[in-house]
Design a protein around this ligand. Structure first.
Ligand code: GLU
Length: 447
């Protein structure tokens, strides 16, 4: 996808001002390639330089996170919080703990989050944070000490009305618990709305755990219906085996689809009859083990440690692992095998050339900012419950999630059509998100 010449200067500026941040460049490039038609229709957006402003995060915080490991050795990690945009509400977005985390990755995620959160129509701005800390192989007490040190700096930047972090890769219920405990201890406030993804008994919301995966499955359902078909009887491949992947598999199965493969960083497992979710949950959620263990109890399944999961034929591909996991080569294999849709459960899992290849081949692509927005939308529902000191039933919350996902689908679909790119959800999502954020920014003045 190419950038219109009227926006080339914005692109050149972003590249020069943010050296060595390829993921951030990639995320910005995709948005810049989509928004020329909306700028032509709404000249006030260009006059107010809203895209230039969105490309510069409102605030970027980098801090030292020292902690002591179980052997008594001092460890030093780097912590980040990028507060991207607060036009629509307090900064909102997850924390990622993974060795790959650096400023460029957090900026790309915060940038994406701004558009994603706008798509949900909930009152949330965009932000993201994290650390290069690797929780893998660390004891619970090491994770606790790390989280306490991390929050000892982060607490001064966040708050119910300021910035509301949550989980992402490497940050789940355990980490949110330790982070919340330390925030409460430092501030002497039981401020439930400062973090989302909390435990159910202490301010958490039902469905939050399942929401990203469920939401992606609902989005897939909407896309297939828009093409005159349905999930029923379709074959899916879901990469990853974390929270997003597992609950995407659960909902796809509930909707009548069959997921034949999933993966982790050590390979993938295929089961032609459909993956058994109880086994997978037991391996990944209870045991924190590898998917290779799956074949022990399912002899008909196969584990492949040195191949690509995208070589497994499917009707719908659902990448739920991490950014740029699906390359042009993988896209070519999927297209050869007749894939009809790609639904991004992770943030930016397809490379730019993979996305272009899909679009050229007529494969529908749901970008992460639309398809995985169910997680953050349900975080906003958690904030709503916290604000009213209420808690809703699973059924009611799931119904809200389903409505939000079909609202996002409809907005992307209709906007793509309105701007001359029918069926192109990438363009639709970028235009809707950009318009909503820009209009609020203009109303609030030059800030
Ligand atoms: N990390 C998730 C995302 O990428 C959820 C963020 C949240 O709930 O605030 O959207």
């Amino acid at each position: 996808m190419a950038i219109d010449e009227t926006l080339e200067h914005v692109w050149a500026d972003v590249v020069t001002r943010n050296p060595g941040e390829p993921e951030f460049h990639q995320a910005v490039h995709e948005v810049l390639s989509s928004i020329a038609p909306v700028l032509a229709k709404h000249p006030e957006l260009a006059e107010n330089k809203t895209i230039e402003r969105i490309c510069e995060p409102e605030r970027q915080i980098i801090f030292r996170v020292p902690w002591v490991d179980d052997a008594g050795e001092i460890r030093i990690n780097r912590g980040f919080r990028v507060e991207s945009n607060s036009a629509l509400g307090p900064y909102k977005g997850g924390l990622r703990f993974h060795p790959s985390v650096n400023l460029g990755i957090v900026k790309f995620l915060g940038f994406e989050q701004t558009f994603k959160n706008a798509l949900t129509q909930m009152p949330i701005g965009g932000g993201k944070g994290g650390s290069d800390f690797d929780p893998k192989g660390r004891s619970d007490s090491e994770v606790m000490r790390f989280c306490q040190s991390f929050m000892t700096e982060l607490y001064r930047h966040i708050g119910e009305y300021t910035d509301v972090p949550a989980g992402d890769i490497g940050v789940g219920a355990r980490e949110i618990g330790y982070l919340f405990g330390q925030y409460k201890r430092i501030t002497n406030r039981y401020e439930s709305g400062v973090l989302t993804g909390k435990g159910i008994t202490w301010g958490g919301a039902l469905v939050r755990t399942e929401a990203t995966g469920y939401g992606a499955a609902y989005f897939a359902q909407q896309m297939l219906r828009a093409r005159g078909t349905d999930v029923e009887g379709k074959t899916f491949v879901v990469s990853g085996s974390g929270n997003v992947a597992l609950f995407a598999i659960e909902k796809i199965h509930q909707l009548g689809g069959t997921v034949v493969a999933c993966s982790d960083s050590h390979g993938y497992v295929t089961d032609a009859n459909g993956l058994n979710l109880d086994t997978l949950k037991d391996i990944k959620l209870v045991g924190r083990r590898r998917v290779s263990d799956y074949v022990e109890s399912h002899p008909g399944a196969v584990h492949v440690s040195d191949g690509s999961i995208w070589d497994v034929p499917c009707d719908i591909a659902v990448p739920c692992a991490t950014q740029n996991e699906l390359t042009a080569r993988n896209a070519a294999a999927l297209i050869r095998n007749g894939v009809m849709a790609v639904v991004e459960g992770a943030n930016m899992p397809a490379t730019s050339s993979a996305t272009s290849a899909f679009l050229e081949a007529g494969v529908a692509v749901a970008p992460g900012k639309a398809a995985n927005a169910g997680g953050v939308a349900t975080s906003a529902l958690e904030m709503q419950q916290n604000a009213s000191r209420d808690s809703w039933s699973f059924e009611y919350t799931e119904q809200r999630l389903e409505q939000i996902m079909s609202g996002i689908h409809a907005a992307c679909y209709e906007t793509a059509e309105e701007y001359g790119a029918p069926g192109n959800y990438v363009v639709g999502a970028n235009i809707v998100g950009f318009l909503r954020v820009s209009q609020a920014m203009i109303a609030q003045g030059i800030i």
